[in-house]
Design a protein around this ligand. Structure first.
Ligand code: MF3
Ligand code: CO
Length: 247
């Protein structure tokens, strides 16, 4: 069931979303070659808690960290570790903050120093996929129009769309209905109601879209070992468009 939020609830949601946005900016200003992914996670934990929020990911189904830090061939749910970031890596940082009884959720893919032209394009196109996906989105839009637009832009650029993970509704729970797929058939799916809150999060790969999960039960890596990128925002669907809360 897609939950419609009241204006009061949306106001409460603004703060965790602002913290997510500011935390992603904070990480973006500091992430660099030589850092471990655990050090990136520590930045996230410190920022979120210093802002009076809780990192929603920590302990979520046993997840051991505050952020997912996914390097190159890791598409999502990279568990922070002693892995050292190197010049030329692309690193997605995905995090959620809980405050006022609501969750905010967002992700960015950062370039470490100079990256190859193909990785550079992948990161750019993945961001573009988000904005294409939400173009024209407003109350009454069929859900799978989003995935249709994301997929069209990714594939037009020679990339592929990860099928195994999706965006989602968000609110008092980190994951609510609906599943916001990044592929789809135009004009299909439930029509999104005004004041529903969703996370749109394209996950786009250079090669195959097929992933496998490592033995840790979380880390999702591309089967062909090629890079993937991820970009996510939390947004409110309005009568006349969208209000993006994590930008
Ligand atoms: N932030 C992720 C999402 O977009 C969820 C991360 S899973 C967790 O849905 F276990 F790390 F929390
Ligand atoms: Co999400």
């Amino acid at each position: 069931m897609i939950i419609v939020k009241s204006e009061e609830e949306i106001d409460l949601l603004r703060e965790p979303c602002r913290i997510v946005r500011d935390c992603l900016d904070f990480v973006g200003e500091r992430i660099r070659a030589g850092m471990t992914t655990k050090e990136v996670d520590a930045l996230v934990y410190d920022f979120i808690t210093a802002n009076g929020a809780e990192p929603s990911c920590l302990g979520y189904y046993g997840y051991p960290a505050s952020a997912c830090v996914s390097v190159n061939e890791v598409v999502v749910h990279g568990i922070p570790s002693e892995r050292v970031l190197r010049e030329g890596d692309i690193v997605s940082v995905d995090l959620c903050a809980y405050k006022n009884g609501f969750h905010g959720d967002g992700a960015r893919t950062f370039r470490i120093g100079e990256v190859s032209p193909e990785k550079d394009k992948l990161v750019r196109v993945t961001e573009e996929c988000f904005f294409k996906g939400v173009e024209g989105l407003k109350a009454g839009t069929p859900l799978y129009d989003i995935g249709y637009k994301v997929q069209k832009h990714a594939e037009a650029n020679g990339f592929s769309v990860i099928r195994d993970y999706t965006g989602h509704g968000i609110g008092r729970e980190m994951h609510e209905d609906p599943s916001v797929t990044n592929t789809g058939k135009r004009g299909t799916g439930p029509r999104l109601p005004a004041n529903c809150v969703i996370c749109v999060e394209p996950m786009i790969a250079l090669g195959t879209w097929r992933v496998r999960i490592l033995a840790d039960g979380w880390t999702a890596v591309m089967q062909d070992g090629k890079s993937a990128a991820h970009y996510e925002n939390t947004l409110v669907v309005r009568e006349d468009g969208v209000e993006i809360l994590t930008l």
